[in-house]
Design a binder for this molecule. Structure first.
Ligand SMILES: [Zn+2]
Length: 126
């Protein structure tokens, strides 16, 4: 009897995770796998002219991301697998080409620890 309960729990978890995949791929949003990296406002990440502003002119903030503006134009709102909330395309960069996303983070250490990940990025189609 006890093992059936465990099977039920495992099945529930599987269904729940499958459900979350479907949420990211509903009729109102489109998604794709992207190579996601992170950066901060330091000179290592942004060069010697690092000024603490995104290419859009906005002051840097948590929730701003850099993308290839031909793929995701500035102002595009995206959801990134594993992160809570909505991110907005504010920045771009020489090396940010194609299906790439660069998440702004407040410290260089966090950005470095994030490394490079392949994540599902959902874009609100409305
Ligand atoms: Zn940095």
């Amino acid at each position: 009897m006890k093992s059936w309960r465990i099977v039920g729990i495992v099945l529930g978890v599987l269904l729940a995770s499958f459900g979350s995949v479907q949420v990211a791929d509903t009729a109102t949003s489109v998604g794709r796998w992207m190579t996601v990296t992170a950066y901060c406002s330091c000179t290592k990440c942004c060069g010697e002219h690092a000024a603490g502003y995104f290419a859009s002119g906005e002051k840097v903030y948590w929730g701003g991301v850099a993308a290839d503006w031909r793929v995701l134009p500035p102002g595009t709102k995206v959801e990134i697998q594993g992160f809570i909330g909505t991110f907005e395309v504010e920045d771009t960069g020489r090396v940010i080409k194609g299906p790439r996303l660069d998440i702004w983070m407040p410290t260089h250490r966090e950005a470095k620890e994030f490394g490079k990940q392949r994540l599902w990025v959902a874009r609100n189609a409305r």
